[in-house]
Design a protein around this ligand. Structure first.
Ligand code: GP9
Ligand code: MN
Length: 622
């Protein structure tokens, strides 16, 4: 009987070993010495001990079976987390499980993230416990035996471990007010183990969902007061310059800034965009600010000038909120708004969120003829997508604001285009190599779109707003990407890779290039400014009109990283942009709190649904 009870410790040890291996090998948790190493060992032990304590306490008969089930469930959670992390470079949260609507389409991309046989290590404990169960069952009884001592021991182990680690972490972070949410998550996983992280995350999910119930109009007033400081009431020669013109948005899937003005294997990657920027306003230092919601986050930022969330997609979890959207502001001045996107309307919960945003028309996959011949990767090829959309554009009453969301340049970047050139790109990494091929294809499709707009007679009366939605090459491919680009991708370069092209083309206007730091958050105020929409005291937005002479050069990424013209601050390290080296002069200090302050304030607005407290007319527009 005693020997039987020792299985509890054996299983706990197996949980522990598995968690330790997973956390060391599969997640990017910084380890700078033996103290961090010890923290992971202690943290994973605390997770293993708590899980075992709970199973031991709750299971009466069939304890082995419950250990087996818990271990299998734990492995399933961990494997989902690992795959998610490889794709998004973020820890999975409970809130993301609400995004099941995306699962069927995303699975294609996510499956490519499985690494076999290494990922079998995640099931190490389950395999061994399963084997013991299969071999020894039904001899294993372990029912009705006194287990209380074991439960107490396990709980004590849990409490001691977690206390040591959290106390040490608090000490380490003293005075660090700017630790980002993602960093906090990594810290939590390190110090408490992945299972405890999930328990904590569940609690925090419930807490965040309840914030809305307790919010009141005074909370909005407080936010407004705090935002007064940077109310972007700017004047410029560009105010109203595009008044009455159609606004054509092109959301360029996974397009990163580094491919522009770049030659690889003897050819330009984006010949059309390279020409276009010479005849446009090109903002070369603009960063995407998306997180879990990828394309949908970029849509959210462009529509609201708020930051997306660090816990899940706003489109999925906060689609019932009130927002001040660009589309509603345009409606107020007589515009019709439309979105073209050849995917299911439910992906990213767009069907619901688009109503909240206030789009008049949504041309989803049902509006397009998708065949095997005209499809690639995620669906309808960009060129066909643009061509088929023309029949609907003709129907739109002018002036209109319409957004095209491209799709071909989506991970895993499958295409047969430009194969000869792609095969000369010096890497065996297919994701990296094929990325250039699909980018080039998208570039050519956009060129075709401009031709179509000219044929339709819509070109002269429109302004074109093109932006990359988010990164395409995940950090897991940085080694190979660095080889293609000819320089290793350091922590500093990683931040530079978060730049996405932002181009405004106004036919007939003098081109310029603006190299000041900016973010997607600035797109809404910029477009409003060009269309002559006033920024009022009730306007809540975090960005600035980029065309203004006097504007801050400042971009905060969702993980707390920020960029100014002189510095980059990431992972609590300040870099000089000039030398690309660590900058010890304190150049970042004055911005550290501000960056976190912006993110927190934006979160407060969304979690509390504070914009519902605006006067009705201010809520629907600016
Ligand atoms: C899918 C498209 C691409 O509808 O928006 O999604 P992504 O994975 O980039 O968010
Ligand atoms: Mn996207």
């Amino acid at each position: 009987m005693k020997r039987e009870r020792n299985y509890i410790y054996l299983y706990t040890a197996l949980f522990w070993i598995k968690l330790y291996i997973v956390q060391r090998l599969f997640f990017d948790i910084p380890v700078h010495g033996w103290l961090d190493e010890a923290a992971i060992l202690i943290g994973t032990l605390s997770s293993a001990a708590l899980l075992s304590a709970i199973i031991t306490l709750l299971s009466r008969k069939r304890m082995h079976l419950w250990f087996l089930i818990a271990s299998a469930a734990g492995s399933a959670i961990v494997v989902s987390n690992v795959i998610y992390y490889r794709f998004f470079h973020r820890f999975m949260t409970v809130a993301i499980l609400t995004q099941t609507g995306n699962a069927s389409t995303l699975k294609h991309s996510l499956f490519t993230q499985i690494s076999f046989p290494a990922d079998l290590l995640i099931f190490l404990d389950t395999i061994i416990i399963g084997y013991i169960f299969w071999k020894k069952h039904p001899k294993l009884q372990l029912s009705g035996i006194p287990k209380l001592k074991k439960v107490v021991v396990l709980f004590v182990v849990f409490f001691v471990c977690i206390s040591i680690n959290l106390a040490a972490a608090q000490d380490e972070n003293k005075g660090d007010t700017a630790s980002s949410n993602q960093k906090n998550k990594a810290e939590l996983v390190k110090n408490a183990g992945i299972y405890n992280y999930h328990i904590y995350d569940l609690g925090s999910f419930i807490h965040l969902k309840t914030l809305k119930w307790f919010a009141d109009p005074e909370d909005l007033e407080k936010v407004e007061e705090q935002m007064d400081e940077w109310n972007p009431n700017v004047v410029s020669d560009y105010f109203g310059i595009a008044e009455g013109k159609n606004v054509i948005f092109i959301s360029m899937e996974s397009l990163q800034g580094f491919v522009l003005e770049k030659e690889i294997a003897g050819q330009e990657v984006t010949p059309f965009l390279n020409d276009l920027i010479k005849d446009s306003w090109y903002f070369s230092d603009l960063y995407h600010q998306t997180a879990h919601g990828k394309t949908s986050d970029s849509e959210f930022i462009v529509e609201t000038s708020l930051y997306p969330l660090d816990t899940s997609s706003v489109f999925f979890n906060y689609s019932n909120n009130t927002y001040q959207t660009l589309s509603r502001a345009l409606k107020e001045i007589g515009y019709t708004s439309a979105v073209f996107h050849a995917n299911d309307a439910t992906f990213w919960n767009r069907d619901k969120m688009y109503e909240t945003i206030g789009y008049d028309r949504f041309y989803d996959i049902e509006s397009f003829e998708v065949t095997e011949e005209n499809s690639v990767g995620w669906g309808l090829q960009d060129r066909d997508f643009f061509e088929q959309s023309m029949q609907y554009v003709r129907e739109l009453p002018e002036p209109f604001a319409a957004k095209w969301i491209t799709l071909t340049n989506h991970h895993p970047f499958e295409s047969e285009f430009y194969r000869d050139w792609v095969s000369q790109i010096p890497t065996d990494n297919e994701v990296v190599r094929d990325y250039f091929g699909t980018v080039r294809y998208m570039d050519q499709s956009i060129e075709h779109f401009f031709e179509l707009m000219k044929e339709e007679g819509l070109y002269e009366d429109s302004i074109f707003v093109l932006y990359g939605d988010h990164y395409g090459i995940a950090p897991t491919h940085y080694k190979d990407l660095g080889e293609v680009l000819g320089e290793p991708i350091t922590e500093f370069e990683d931040v530079m890779l978060q730049r996405v092209p932002f181009i405004i083309h106004v036919p007939g206007e003098e081109p310029f290039r603006d190299d000041r730091a900016a973010g997607q958050i600035d797109i809404k105020p910029t477009v409003e400014h060009l269309l002559g929409i006033e920024h009022t005291a009730d306007t809540i937005e975090f960005g600035y009109p980029l065309v203004a002479q006097e504007r801050p050069a400042f971009a905060v990424l969702r993980d707390g990283t920020f960029i100014t013209d002189e510095s980059v601050y990431t992972n609590e390290t300040c870099y000089s942009r000039e030398t690309k080296k660590v900058d010890g002069t304190g150049a970042c200090d004055q911005y550290i709190d501000m960056a976190q302050f912006h993110l927190n304030l934006s979160d407060e607005i969304i979690y509390g649904d504070l914009l519902r407290f605006l006067e009705p007319e201010a809520a629907s527009s600016n």
